[in-house]
Ligand binder design. Structure first.
Ligand code: ACO
Length: 480
């Protein structure tokens, strides 16, 4: 420990490897509102923070990387040898990067979304879903032969084991399709015990093919099950999305002929939903995957996270909300209830986007194409009125609340004939690609370990045990 000319103490060894120690500041003054001044000739890190711990009057230099501080650097800030060291406290990860990722880039203020550097608008316009899936998983757009091989492999993994089919038959007729989807994905783990060898890239790639191939089949069977219809086997002559429509809607015809407009709309919707960086379900995938659980149970956990109404389940809630509003003239009254804090405007707001969600803009356009085939969904008028009022209203403007991906997707899904409980399943099919890419990246990142946050313990200190006969009631009765 050295004393500086300003009377402060400086402790060295507080930095990540390659950094410059705090002792280097000896004799310099830095503090709030003052730019750090570095003695001539001294090599300072270009990006760093100077932190003074007012409890000890010790000054530390903490390096910055890509605009982040390493939380473990804070641990070195202590009041004494017995002190655990500082932690950062960030409920809901409002300002914490949990990983480095090269997959998806979002600029929430500007409303930008890119997969592996390519703007979402270009991918939605020019690519097929499987092309984008390859890009997300392997980092580059496929060449023609690569795409052919990739498509061929996925196509040959679309069948599910007959026992999986039997397993699905066991669900009650009115089981929620998302519950069926999550449970069946988890059940796949029992069919593919080799998947537990997560250390092998080859084994991992095999499970990726299986999962991307099988999720539409499981989703379609969940849909058919809820309608009491027989399951339809995959048709390998069709594209990924065409085959999905086939498994959903084929009736007695010998060969299902997909409508090209609807198949393309499904393709666009799948592309838009394929990944969205560290959202709640991607974080769940990484968290469960970090314990080295197999990819089936990890994807099932991610899908469970997606099902919540604040995440992918919002599309179902949007339709319930539009039903509740009922007509365009009742929109202002509903908006007032939202502003009074009685309700949330479902499909509005986002943790990251503080601008129009670029996916919502593309979905709105896709809706027009779908309506040419299916007829216009009257809910669209209510949604447009809601959006129009909300985008002008100070409550929403001040909080930067804009329509998100779920605001318009449900209106298309309903026009296609799906009931709202199927909407989140339709989201989960393409998002499986994103979850798997996040999982691969996690397992190949040497810095990652089992995800295990800390806590700020606010409970009792050690207490004297009280024998059963001496206890008095302190807990209010819980009603059930
Ligand atoms: N309707 C009305 N007010 C809202 C809404 C909404 N949809 N969303 C946020 N707000 C308000 C909050 O009440 C809060 O107001 P306050 O500052 O007066 O307290 C402010 O805006 C900030 O909201 P937070 O809840 O702090 O924002 P957070 O980032 O935690 O939540 C979330 C984001 C969960 C998406 C939220 O906007 C929401 O619940 N939206 C509705 C559900 C939805 O559409 N979810 C889908 C998101 S996209 C996806 O996951 C695929």
């Amino acid at each position: 420990m050295a004393s500086g000319a300003d009377g402060r103490k400086y402790r060295s060894g507080t930095l990540a490897p390659g950094g410059v120690s705090a002792a280097a500041f000896s004799g310099t003054r830095s503090g709030p509102g003052l730019a750090p001044a570095f003695p001539g000739g001294m090599q300072m890190p270009e990006e760093s923070l100077t932190i003074t711990d007012n409890r000890t009057n010790i000054t530390y230099t903490v390096p910055l990387h890509h605009g982040t501080v390493r939380a473990m650097d804070l641990r070195k800030i202590k009041t004494g040898p017995d002190d655990f060291g500082l932690m950062s406290y960030d409920p809901a990860f409002m300002n914490t990067a949990s990983c480095q990722s090269a997959i998806t880039f979002i600029d929430g203020d500007k409303g930008i979304l890119r997969y592996r550097g390519y703007p979402i608008e270009v991918l939605a316009e020019r690519c097929t879903f499987l092309e984008v899936a390859y890009l997300i998983l392997f980092g580059e757009l496929p060449t023609e032969p690569e795409l052919k091989e990739w498509t061929d492999k996925i196509t040959h993994h679309t069948m599910i084991h007959e026992n999986t089919k039997e397993f699905m038959r066991g669900f009650h007729h009115d089981a929620h399709p998302m519950g069926m989807f999550i449970s069946t994905i988890a059940a796949l783990s029992t069919f593919y015990p080799d998947a537990r060898n997560i250390q092998s890239r080859q084994v991992r790639n095999h499970q990726i093919l299986r999962l991307i191939g099988k999720v539409p089949t499981i989703a379609a069977y969940a849909y058919r099950h809820s309608l009491g219809l027989p399951y339809v086997y995959p048709d390998n002559d069709l594209t990924y999305t065409e085959n999905f429509l086939n498994m959903l809607w084929k009736m007695t015809e010998l060969k299902y002929e997909p409508n090209p407009v609807l198949a393309r709309a499904a393709e666009v919707l799948f592309i838009l939903h394929a990944d969205h960086e560290q959202n709640c379900s991607a974080n769940t995938m990484r968290c469960v995957g970090s314990s080295h659980a197999d990819p089936y149970v990890s994807v099932a956990a991610a899908a469970a996270a997606l099902s919540g109404p604040l995440h992918g389940g919002a599309n179902e809630e949007v339709l319930k909300m539009l039903d509740e509003i009922g007509s365009v003239d009742r929109v202002p009254e509903y908006v007032e209830k939202v502003k009074a804090g009685h309700l949330k405007l479902m499909g509005f707001g986002h943790r990251v986007y503080k601008n129009y969600d670029p996916r919502a803009r593309i979905i709105k356009r896709t809706a027009e194409a779908v309506f040419e085939v299916t007829g216009r969904n009257p809910k669209l008028d209510i949604a447009l009125e809601l959006e129009g009022i909300a985008l002008q209203d100070e409550y929403f403007v001040k909080r930067k609340l804009y329509p998100n991906v779920d605001f318009y997707s449900g209106i298309i899904y309903q026009a296609l004939g799906f009931s709202p409980d199927m909407f989140t399943v339709l989201f989960a099919i393409p998002r499986t690609v994103g979850w798997l890419a996040q999982w691969q990246e996690l397992l190949e990142d040497a810095e990652q370990k089992i995800a295990r946050p800390r806590q700020d313990f606010i409970g009792h200190d050690v207490r004297e045990f009280v024998a059963l006969e001496d206890r008095v009631t302190k807990v209010a009765p819980v009603s059930d």
